[in-house]
Design a protein around this ligand. Sequence first.
Ligand code: GDP
Length: 375
Amino acid sequence: MSEDKKPEWVDLENPEGFASSIKKGVEIAANHNQASKNRFVKKKGQEISIEDLKAGVLKGERAKLAKGITLVESNAAHHFELAQELLQTLLPYTGKSLRIGISGVPGAGKSTFIEAFGTYLCSLGKKVAVLAVDPSSSVNGGSILGDKTRMEELSRNPRAFIRPSPSEGTFGGVHRKTRETMLLCEAAGFDIILVETVGVGQSEAIVRSMVDFFMLLVLTGAGDELQGMKKGIMELVDGIVVNKADGDNLTPALRTKSEYSRILHFLQPITKGWMAKAYTCSSVTGKGIPELWEMLQEFSNTTELSGVFQDRRRMQSKEWFYSLIEGQLHQLFYKNNIVKQLLPILENQVMAGNKTITKAVQEVFHTFLDSVNTK
Ligand code: GDP
C-alpha cells in the first residue's frame, strides 16, 4: 500500500476520522508475509490485548476493527492464534447481519452499484461493510477488484466500511480471511455485509457458501452474455440484477430482464421457498435501488420465517468446518518431509508401470502415518 493509505488501525490519533480506503489492491502474495510482519513492528514490546480489541470492536471503533482484521489477514502463526482468540470471544456477537454476495463480469457495474446501493442503505441508517473476494490477487499479484479508484463516496461515509480482498495464505486462504472478517464486522455492529467478487470462475461458489443472498449483476443482452456464462452460476443465484437500466439502455434492459426471468423460472431454486427473479436498476440514477432493498427484506423475512435462513447458516458452518479439516489434512500430508521425498519416487514407478496406483497410494499413506505416529 502506498504511504497515504495505511491500514486504518495505525491512525491511533484519530481512529474515527476517516472511513476506509479501497483504492489500492493487496500486496502480492510473495510480499505478504513480510508485510504482515511489518505491520506490528511499531507495536513491538507492546502486547496486543485481546480484551482491548474485543471492547473496541464491540463499540464499533474502526481502528480496532481494522486492527482485528489485520490480525485475521496476517499469515504469521502467532497472529493467527491471536486472531482465533479474538474471534472466539466475539462469536456470541456475530451473525446478526444480512450477508449479500454480489458478482458479475468486469464492467458489469459492481463498484458503481455497491456505491449507490451502499450509500442508500447508509441513508436508511444501516451500517454497511463491503468485503471482496478477488480471485486474481493470489495468482498474479494484481487485483481485478482493487486496482482502480472505486466507491469513493461510500468509502467516505462514516456508516460504511470497505475492505479490499485479502491475499492468499495458509489455512483456508482468502476464503477463511473473508469469512472471519465478516464476523468481526458483525461484532462491530455492521448490519449489512456486501461481499463482492468478479464473475470469472471459482470465486462465485466461494462467495455463495458464505452469504445469505447471492446476486448476479448483468449487462443488457442476455442472449450474448449467456453464451459465455456458465449455467452453474445461474443456478447459484437468488436474484439477477440488470444494471445500467437508464437512458437509451432502458428498453433493452427491460427486455433482458424478461429473458433472464424466463430462464430462472426453469431452474431449481437455490433457496428453498424463494423464486429467483430478474430486476432492473440504474446505479447512476438510483432507479430500482429502493425496490431491490425491499426485495432483499422480503427474502430475509420469508426465509427467516420458514427457517431456511437459519438452516443455510448452519449448513454453511458445517461445510466450512469440513473444508478447513480437509485443508489442514492436505497441508499436513503434502508438507510432510518424508512424503515429499517419497512422492516423486512413487510417481515415477507408477508412470513407468512398475507399481499399481493403489499400492503406491497405500505405501505413501503407511509411511506418512508412521511418521506422524512417531512424532
Ligand atoms: P465493475 O468492473 O463491475 O466494478 O464495473 P464498474 O462499476 O467499474 O462500471 C463499469 C462502467 O459502467 C463504468 O464506466 C460505470 O460508470 C458504468 N456504469 C455502472 N453502472 C451504471 C449504470 O447504472 N448506468 C450507466 N449508464 N453506467 C453505469
